[in-house]
Structure formats: C-alpha cells, structure tokens
Design a protein around this ligand. Structure first.
Ligand code: CA
Ligand code: FE
Length: 303
C-alpha cells in the first residue's frame, strides 16, 4: 500500500498554444483534452487520462504534482502523516483533480503543492488488449512512453527528503553530501527505480526539471536529433549521470521549464537497498559522468 508512482506534473506556461505545440509535436506527447486554460497530455504508453498538464500562468514553473496511491484508505493515512508535519491538508472529491478519484492536497515543507490521489480515468495506450502490435504507427516527435520523475528545489534538502521518507514512505537511493555533512541532493523512489523524485539545493517551490522515459540510448540520440531538427537547443548531452547511471539529454520547453529524456538506471530493492553517497568533490561526475563537471546553466537556471 501507499504511493506507487508519480502520476502527473502540472507545468505553468505563459503561452498555452506555443507550449501545446512543442509538447505534442516536438516532445511528442498525445493531447487528451483541453479545458479552459489547461491542456492535458500523456505519453503514448500511459493508460491514465494524463501525466502532464499545461496550465496558463504568467510565469513558468511547477503548479502542482500528483502521486497515485494504491488504496483509498492510504489518503486518510497520509492526511494524518502530513498533518503531523504541520501541513494543512485539503480533501478533494472525485473529479476535483481532473479525471482523478478522491484526493488530498497539501504544501510540502519544501513549498511544493503535492496531490495524492486514488485512481484516474483510464483511456488506454491506443493498442488493443488482444494481440497488440509493439507500438502505434502514428507517433510524432520524440514520443516518450511515459513521465518518469521530477527534480525539485529545496532550501533544506535534508528536511525536504525527510518529509517524503517519513511522512510519505519514500526510500532514499542516492545522495550528494557536502564536506560539512549537509545533503546537497537527495534521490527518492517508490517504484523500485533510482528515482521518482529528487531534491537539489535551491529556492523553495522551485522546479529543476521534469523527465520522460525512453527505452534505450539510441532513443536518447534520436531525441537529440529531433530536438536539433526543430531548432531546440540541447543544454547538455547526450551524456550519462553518475547518480542513477541514467543516460540523458536536457533541453527547455518554450516557456523555460527544463525537460529531460532519460533511460537506464537499475532495480532498487524496497527492503534491503543501502543508499549510495557521492561526495561534494565528485559532484561533477555524480551529475555528468563523462564531462566530470557541472555546467553553469544547470546550477543557475530553474523556475
Ligand atoms: Ca523512476
Ligand atoms: Fe532527471
């Protein structure tokens, strides 16, 4: 029981049409629905109604993000747990979160608006349930299969991670620790992968990036080609992370929200995993294993 995966991220964009065009034609998510000042999108292999919401707002950034819980009574459990941390918890009826069942919402100690919800309308992945082909033939752009994880900013990374671990049952997979012993980054999971959520040091409420899943390294290179063909700059990559061992490219949506496509990683044992620690002097390799150093925009540019 508990949280079993990241369900959706809701991104703020000042130009809804431009963002929707980029997310459907370049990144290649499928548009599911438009309603008012929101566009709902999904990766082709996701069955849920949506995994990305584009929301009109004057500035870019993260409006809220949502996690799926296994059982209805998990909501009550997490409501109490979040309240013990001093969070004000809002109860939401079915449908108050678009296409979702009952939900709760609260602000995390790191200043992020977090939704936990039980079930979402299933729209399918467009393949039949009997004798399906391996993929649809009408994919456009990069066409990631699904949303994978998000990386958020927190002034106190230690506290941000502790809340997700102690109140919401997340497990720490990897961390970067400073010479003085402070956590500079924390990687957390609920889906037995290296991360579903991570925090790095920065302004509370901030978004560093949202990441989408591709199956292999050749898809990462294909993504880089598609981005450049469309005139989208690559911030860095294709390269490899030391942390998570993932392979990656970073780029930005037209609003300035950082996107990543990601593959690789490893299985995380939910019972016996011991977290991996990276020391501050190896931070370059931890983040970009081949380059062995951080690039400036990666540290300074966020929302
Ligand atoms: Ca993951
Ligand atoms: Fe990432």
């Amino acid at each position: 029981m508990g949280i079993y995966r990241l369900g959706f991220t809701e991104l703020k964009v000042p130009d809804l049409e431009l963002a929707a065009a980029y997310y459907t034609e370049v990144l290649g998510l499928r548009e599911v629905e438009r309603e008012g000042d929101a566009v709902y999108l999904k990766g082709w292999d996701e069955h849920d109604h949506h995994s990305v919401v584009l929301k009109y707002a004057p500035r870019h950034g993260l409006e809220q993000f949502g996690w799926k819980v296994e059982r209805l009574d998990d909501l009550e459990h997490f409501e109490k747990a979040a309240e013990r941390w001093g969070c004000h918890v809002e109860r939401l009826a079915e449908g108050e979160i678009k296409a979702a069942g009952p939900a709760i919402r609260f602000e995390t100690p790191s200043g992020h608006r977090c939704v936990l919800y039980y079930r979402m309308q299933q729209v399918g992945n467009s393949l039949p349930k009997t004798n399906p082909p391996p993929m649809p033939l009408d994919l456009v752009g990069i066409a990631p299969k699904s949303l994978d994880h998000c990386l958020l900013l927190a002034e106190d990374v230690g506290e941000a991670g502790r809340f997700f671990r102690e109140a919401l049952g997340f497990r720490l997979t990897e961390q970067i620790v400073s010479g003085e012993g402070h956590q500079l980054a924390a990687f957390l999971e609920r889906s037995h992968t290296p991360h579903d959520l991570a925090f790095v040091k920065g302004t509370n409420g901030g978004l560093h990036h949202v990441s989408f899943w591709l199956d292999n390294i050749s898809d990462i290179y294909r993504a880089a080609d598609i981005l450049r063909i469309n005139g989208v700059e690559l911030e860095i990559g294709p390269t490899r992370h030391g942390i998570t061992r993932g392979q990656t490219v970073y780029f930005f949506d037209p609003a300035g929200n950082r996107n990543e496509v990601f593959t690789g990683g490893y299985y995380v044992d939910p019972v016996e995993w011991e977290p991996i620690t990276w020391t501050e002097d190896e931070i370059g390799k931890a983040i970009f294993y081949y380059e062995g150093r951080l690039i400036e925009s990666f540290v300074t540019r966020h929302s």
